[in-house]
Design a protein around this ligand. Sequence first.
Ligand code: SAM
Length: 250
Amino acid sequence: MSERVRRNPRTEAIWTQLYQALAELSSSTGRRELDIVDLGGGSGVFAVPLARIGHRVTVVDPSPNALATLARRAADAGVGVQITGLQGDAAGLVAVAGQASADVVVCHGVLEVVDDPPAAVEGLAACLRPGGVASVVVAQRYAAVLAKALAGHLADARRLLDDPDGRWGASDPLPRRFDEPGLAALLTGGGLEVLDVHGVRFLTDLIAGAVVDDPADAAALADLEAAAVAHPAFRAVAAALHVVARKPAA
Ligand SMILES: C[S@@+](CC[C@H](N)C(=O)[O-])C[C@H]1O[C@@H](n2cnc3c(N)ncnc32)[C@H](O)[C@@H]1O
């Protein structure tokens, strides 16, 4: 009997792009097992599934608690030997993970919180081998404007709308947000070539989780989400942007 797998509409589109990038890299390098660095990989939400499909993953994260959870999850999943957790942060990534050590750098939900995003991108580019790819997910500014306004936080919504740099350089309690041109400029400024940009979590972050308790509803939402963000109007207000970028081959 085939097992019915519950789809996760929040992350499915990210995985689709990531799997495609991994397949293309495996094909171009001739190596099925790739070396992946997961910067700010936390407790292994992406690292563990990546190890389960055969890759070697180094998670670099400043949080000892997250790394302890990662070690437990990796052991439970039977992939403890394929995952290395290292304490470190974006600023020290090359020193911790090594120059040109990775085929892929995953950087999901991290550029919002680092001290210096351009330096972080330079660091992740330095970690990549020539031809390697970065998978970058960041919160999108226009979705945050919508979310803040819907929650009644109108001053925060206005500030996010008016400030093209989000909180950059300011002693501001709002997490940093990005728009598509700003993110593309950040990545190309760090020496990466943008291959693909997708909007993700448009509907999933707007509707209540209870609406998709049933696996069939979750599947319908994943399909609707994928169809909606293909439209530029909806992509611009997706909660997050997912970019796949490449370090040019030497
Ligand atoms: C929102 S979580 C994302 C976790 C994981 N990447 C994911 O997508 O599930 C942000 C992660 O960034 C880590 N982090 C915070 N500051 C960081 C820094 N300066 N450099 C690297 N990682 C950082 C946190 O410890 C946390 O694990």
